[in-house]
Design a protein around this ligand. Structure first.
Ligand code: NAD
Length: 429
C-alpha cells in the first residue's frame, strides 16, 4: 500500500489522529467537528489559558457551547496541549494561527512562520500538513514548503502539504463548519486527495482546486468581493445622504430585482479579523508584482472613512438641537463588529468612540455580548446597563451593532435622538 492509500484508509476508519495548531475562532470549531466525526484530535496552542479551558470542557468561542465541547473532551476524542513535541503524534495537522497586518498594513507572517517551524521540528514520514490561515497566494509553496523540506523529507512522497481556507462565519446560525463547503488545493495531486479524504468524514462538501495558490486566492476573492460590495453600499449611503434620499429605501427596492443584483448593506465601517484585513494580503502581493489592485484600494478607503461619516451625522443631529458634540452625552449601542457576536477586533465602534471623544463627547456604551474591553490607551471600559433612564439621559444614541437581544422598542421609546447606522429602528413599530 502506498503512503497515500494508507492515509486514506486511516481517514475512512477514523484511525487517523488529527492535530490542530491554534485553537481560536477557526481552530476550535474545526477540532470539535473532526472529533464529532469520530477522529481523535490533539489541539496545540501557545496559550495555557486556552488549553486549560478546553481540557476542562470550557469553550472560549461563542459558536461552540460548553456542552458540545465537554462531550467530545469527556469521550477522549479531543484534548489540548502546549507541548509542541507532541506534534510528532498526529497523522494530519491543520494550522489555524492568526494572520494579522503589521503596523504598515503588510502581511504579518510571524505566526505562520512560528507554526511551520514547530511542525518542521517533529515532521515525520506520513504526515499531512494543511494550512488554514488566510494568506496571500504563494504562502504554502514559498514559505511553508521550503521550511518543511529542509528536514530532508520530500513533499508528495514522504509528507503531504495542502491549503484549505477556513470559511467560518461567527454567529451564523445556518452555516457552520460541517455544512459550509471547503476548498482544498494541494502542492501535488496526492496532497489534495489525501486532505480531501481526511476532511471528508467531518465536512459535507469538499471542493478541489488545481493548486495551493488557487485555494489561497479563493479565500481572498471571497473577502475582497465582500469588501468591495460593502464599499459600494457605503458609498451609496454617502450619495443618498447628499441627495436627501433614504438609502435603505433604495437598497430594499433594488433587492427586489430577481436577477443581476445582490443585496449588501451600508454600516458603520468594516470590522472583524477578515474583511478589513484579507484584501491587504492580496494588494501587498500584487504590489510586489508591480500591479495596483484598484478595487481593493478604493473599497478600503471608502470603508475606513465610514466612522468619520457617522460621527459627522452625530454632530449634525446634535446641531439641529442646538447642541455641540463637546460635552454631549453619547450612548453607543453595540461595540462588537457585527450582530450577536462578542468580537471587537477591528470594530468600527472603537474608531467612532475615539473620534467622538476627540471632539469632547462623553461616551458610554452598552453591548449585551461585551461587558468590558480595553481601549487603545489600555483603559478598561465597561458596558452600562440598558435602561429607559439611561437612554433618556443621553443627548444622542448611536446604534453601531444591531444585536437581536437589545430591546429596540425601548430604545425607540426613550432615546431623545438616535443615529442609526444599521437602520434597526425603522423596523420597530
Ligand atoms: N475569525 C474568523 O471569522 C475567520 C474566518 C475565516 C478565516 N479566518 C482566518 O483563520 C486564521 C485564524 O484566525 P482566528 O480568528 O481563529 O484567530 P484567533 O486569534 O481566534 O485564534 C488563534 C489561536 O492561535 C494561537 N496561536 C498563536 N500563535 C500560535 C503558535 N505559534 N502556535 C500555536 N498556537 C498559536 C492563539 O493563542 C489563538 O488561540 C486567520 O488566518 C484568520 O484570518 C478567521
Amino acid at each position: 500500500m502506498t503512503l497515500k492509500d494508507t492515509l486514506i484508509a486511516k481517514a475512512e476508519s477514523r484511525e487517523a489522529l488529527f492535530g490542530i495548531i491554534g485553537l481560536g475562532y477557526v481552530g476550535l470549531p474545526l477540532a470539535v467537528e473532526l472529533a464529532k466525526a469520530g477522529f481523535k484530535v490533539l489541539g496545540y496552542d501557545i496559550s495555557q489559558r486556552v488549553v486549560d479551558g478546553i481540557n476542562a470542557g470550557r469553550s472560549h468561542i461563542k459558536d461552540i457551547n460548553d456542552a458540545e465541547l465537554a462531550a467530545v473532551v469527556s469521550q477522549g476524542l479531543l484534548s489540548a496541549t502546549t507541548d509542541a513535541a507532541r506534534l510528532a503524534e498526529p497523522d494530519a495537522i491543520s494550522i489555524c494561527v492568526p494572520t494579522p497586518l503589521s503596523k504598515f498594513k503588510d502581511p504579518d507572517m510571524s505566526y505562520i512562520q512560528a507554526a511551520t517551524d514547530v511542525v518542521a521540528r517533529t515532521l515525520r514520514v506520513g504526515q499531512v500538513i494543511i494550512l488554514e490561515s488566510t494568506t496571500y497566494p504563494g504562502t504554502t509553496r514559498e514559505v511553508v514548503l521550503p521550511a518543511l523540506e529542509k528536514t530532508g523529507l520530500k513533499v508528495g512522497q514522504d509528507f503531504f502539504l495542502s491549503f484549505s481556507p477556513e470559511r467560518v462565519d461567527p454567529g451564523n446560525a445556518t452555516y457552520h463548519t460541517r455544512n459550509t463547503p471547503k476548498v482544498v488545493g494541494g502542492i501535488t495531486d496526492a496532497c489534495r486527495d489525501v486532505t480531501i479524504a481526511l476532511y471528508g468524514p467531518a465536512i459535507d462538501t469538499l471542493v478541489p482546486v488545481k493548486t495551493t495558490e488557487a485555494a489561497e486566492l479563493v479565500k481572498l476573492l471571497e473577502n475582497t468581493f465582500r469588501s468591495v460590495n460593502i464599499g459600494l453600499a457605503n458609498e451609496m449611503a454617502i450619495v443618498c445622504d447628499k441627495l436627501g434620499v433614504d438609502v435603505w429605501d433604495v437598497i430594499e427596492a433594488a433587492a427586489t430585482k430577481p436577477f443581476g443584483y445582490m443585496k449588501f448593506l451600508p454600516g458603520p465601517g468594516l470590522g472583524g479579523h477578515c474583511i478589513p484585513i484579507d484584501p491587504h494580503y492580496l494588494a501587498w502581493k500584487m504590489r510586489g508584482l508591480n500591479y495596483k489592485t484598484r478595487f481593493i484600494d478604493v473599497a478600503g478607503e471608502v470603508n475606513t472613512e465610514m466612522p468619520v461619516f457617522w460621527v459627522r451625522k452625530v454632530a449634525d443631529a446634535l446641531n439641529r438641537r442646538s447642541r455641540a458634540v463637546n460635552g454631549a452625552k453619547v450612548l453607543v449601542l453595540g461595540v462588537a463588529y457585527k450582530r450577536d457576536i462578542d468580537d471587537i477586533r477591528e470594530s468600527p465602534a472603537l474608531d467612532i468612540i475615539h473620534l467622538l471623544e476627540q471632539r469632547g463627547a462623553i461616551v458610554s456604551f452598552h453591548d449585551p455580548h461585551i461587558s468590558t474591553y480595553r481601549d487603545e490607551e489600555g483603559h478598561a471600559r465597561e458596558s452600562v446597563p440598558l435602561e429607559a433612564a439611561t437612554l433618556a439621559a443621553s443627548d444622542c444614541v448611536i446604534i453601531i451593532t444591531d444585536h437581536t437581544s437589545i430591546d429596540w422598542p425601548m430604545v425607540k421609546a426613550h432615546a431623545p435622538l438616535v443615529v442609526d447606522t444599521r437602520n434597526v429602528l425603522s423596523k420597530v413599530q
